[in-house]
Design a protein around this ligand. Sequence first.
Ligand code: FE2
Length: 425
Amino acid sequence: MPFDHLIQNINLPDGTEGVDVGIREEKIIAVEKNLDAEASVTTDGSNCMLSPPFVDSHFHMDATLSLGLPRLNQSGTLLEGIQLWGELKPDLTQEAIKDRALRYCDLAVSQGLLAIRSHVDVCDSRLFAVEALLDVQNQVKPYLDLQLVAFPQDGFSRSENAETNLLKALDLGAEIVGGITHFERTMEDGRRSVDALCRIAAERGLMVDMHCDESDDPMSRHVESLASATLRFGLQGRVTGSHLTSMHSMDNYYVSKLIPLMAESGMHAIANPLINITIQGRQDVYPKRRGMTRVPELMSAGINVAFGHDCVMDPWYPLGSADMLEVASMGLHVAQMTGVEAMKSCFQAVTANAACIMNLEGYGIKPGCNADLVLLEARDPIEAIRLKAKRLMVMRRGKVIAETPSSPCSLNLETRRSELDRRFV
Ligand code: FE2
């Protein structure tokens, strides 16, 4: 039986070289060398890598592309960002949120980013950001998986009606329980919020993803609380701690106890390198702390770690382009993960590890997996990160949904070559 699409002579992220991938009716049917079969469409993938799509497991879709509204963040700090978001909130409309989110999803698709977990603020009792993003989730479903976390951004115990609103958001269709431990008024309130939110998740059979200890406080203990609650409520494998930046500053002896506890609990971790490196350490003079959690040590302990984008052009971060290779590159640099295997694991952190956190079904490049694929103009994961490789072709369920032409640079240097492909410098 012929294939609908045959992609020939490609490399895979696991180091496999020169294989063909045959696709039929939304699925990958075969991954073999020299596949001998007819195909309606054939793509030559020589000197390219075929990857499953990029996955952003930590994002804020309700704020994205709002940069400059109502004004720019002059200091670039988290506090001014929070203030700005407060100023923007009364003027938010559902239509504006939907328009920006849909435009961001267009950008994401062009970058081969086909799954996003977004936190959505539930502290406004109108809950229209939740309603707007549920509508967007439905609209983008044919080409992008959007998961929504009910996120009590102003604090679960600190913000009036946060619990009622969070439960309503879950009833409306948000599928993950969020939290913000370090923003509660006291350490004890933070600990209680972890327990209350994990209890809600356990009772409803849901996953948890909390902003947990996004601070430079070496004494903060919410990561420990989250790991412990994960075990007590039987939520192993269903809980994610996002940011965990306090771990950067913690006492090393304490961390030597904490990481095994996290591993025992089966919790996942998400670092957000672009945001952590710019937001944390702001009250330091010199030396300034990097503020990203201990990624290589967490990975060595067997904890699943992903990198998220967190923000793109919003009150907290004026940059970004839905490019998960930029995220991987920043994570690699901040964590000093320049060893060969470490660099490869940074690619995993924006693909397979993040897909594991989102519990995506049919993800990967094996017979039987969904034909959701990205053809990158790079020969391996390290080259992809180095070049922020072009996404030549993006496929969803076997259908090509985005293409960017390969375009080598023309040089006019008299005695030198006339064309430059960045892969072969
Ligand atoms: Fe976040």
